[in-house]
Design a protein around this ligand. Structure first.
Ligand SMILES: Cc1cc2nc3c(=O)[nH]c(=O)nc-3n(C[C@H](O)[C@H](O)[C@H](O)COP(=O)(O)O)c2cc1C
Length: 306
């Protein structure tokens, strides 16, 4: 029965077999989840954030459980773009599923070099630019909190690659639509949102922060209403596809984002709770369409009635 419905969605030039992607940093480099998920069923795999050089990330403790979510301060630990292309990409290239490389840097030049490196690599369908990282030239303020700085960065990436560029927006801003509009004007083919919301937790016995980094990024169900509101605002403000992310644990959560205007979704923290979450969400979307007599998931996207 499930094959009777059409789950395909378009993210600009990219057509996905369904709208369910993995969220960067929560699904490793893909292969780690092969024992739990049929990777060929996913809409797309977004790999953990890649930098030019390998990075060890922050010292532990770097994860804390919170009410309905978690705080992480992993610090973007990764093996670096060269080892990714040499050691991890060959496995991913054997899949049918598009692979999206999430990238980050400390300067515009680092992002440019990452984009140029990836441009010539077969088997990477698109680049997702994480703009939530500190800009060392601007005293550590994140690229994604200033529209002009974010646009400058995205324009520089755009000039270095012909691949589709998605910009992953930070929620730690006053008006996310202003940033979204700026990065779209600078050449983003789509936007994904939200990244984690900055938070902290304190051990009252020791009177010390629970994270060695003091602050971290909040994710999971606790952030879903905020993410949903931002996706709805951004989907009305820009004319490129929006990818919704934040606290999606099941198909109903995913449907909320699609109805709010997202063309696809990313599943993050849920993978830690239930490694098969992505597949269950794909099945749940099919079941929903069948139940309501719809043929295509496209009928759902942006169908919110207010
Ligand atoms: C442990 C962890 C690592 C993450 N690493 C990255 C990353 O490397 N790049 C990125 O853009 N987002 C990263 N994120 C943010 C997620 O991709 C996602 O935007 C966020 O967690 C909200 O979705 P969720 O509530 O479904 O987890 C990370 C999140 C977590 C929890």
């Amino acid at each position: 029965m499930r094959q009777d419905v059409d789950l395909r969605v378009d993210i600009g030039r990219l057509t996905l077999r369904n709208p369910v992607m993995t969220a960067s940093g929560t699904f490793g480099y893909g292969g780690e989840y092969a024992p739990f998920v049929d990777l060929d069923r996913l809409g797309a795999i977004v790999v953990k954030g890649l930098s030019l050089q390998p990075s060890a990330g922050n010292p532990p403790p770097r994860i804390v459980e919170t009410a309905c979510g978690m705080l992480n301060a992993i610090g973007l630990e990764n093996i670096g773009i060269e080892d990714f292309v040499r050691k991890r990409l060959p496995f991913l290239q054997r899949l049918q599923t598009p692979v999206i490389a999430n990238v980050y840097g400390k300067t515009v030049n680092e992002y440019e070099r990452l984009a140029a490196r990836i441009d010539g690599v077969d088997g990477i369908a698109a680049i997702e630019v994480n703009i939530s990282c500190p800009n060392v030239r601007a005293g550590g303020m994140a690229f994604g909190v200033d529209a002009a700085v974010a646009a400058d960065l995205v324009g520089a990436v755009r000039r270095r690659t012909a691949k589709p560029v998605t910009v992953k927006l930070s929620p730690n801003v006053t008006d996310i639509t202003a940033i979204a509009k700026a990065v779209v004007a600078a050449g983003a083919d789509s936007v994904s949102l939200i990244n984690t919301i900055t938070g902290m937790a304190i051990d009252v016995r020791k009177r010390r922060p629970r994270l060695a980094n003091i602050t971290g990024g909040l994710s999971g169900p606790a952030i879903k209403p905020v993410a949903l509101r931002m996706v709805w605002e951004v989907a009305r403000a820009v004319d490129v596809p929006v990818i919704g992310v934040g606290g999606i644990m099941n198909a109903e959560d995913a449907l909320e984002f699609l109805i709010a205007g997202a063309s696809a979704v990313q599943v993050g923290t849920a993978n830690f709770v239930n490694p098969a979450a992505t597949e269950e969400i794909i099945d749940g979307l099919s079941d929903y369409l069948l139940k309501f007599g719809m043929r295509s998931i496209r009928e759902i996207i942006g169908s919110l009635e207010t």
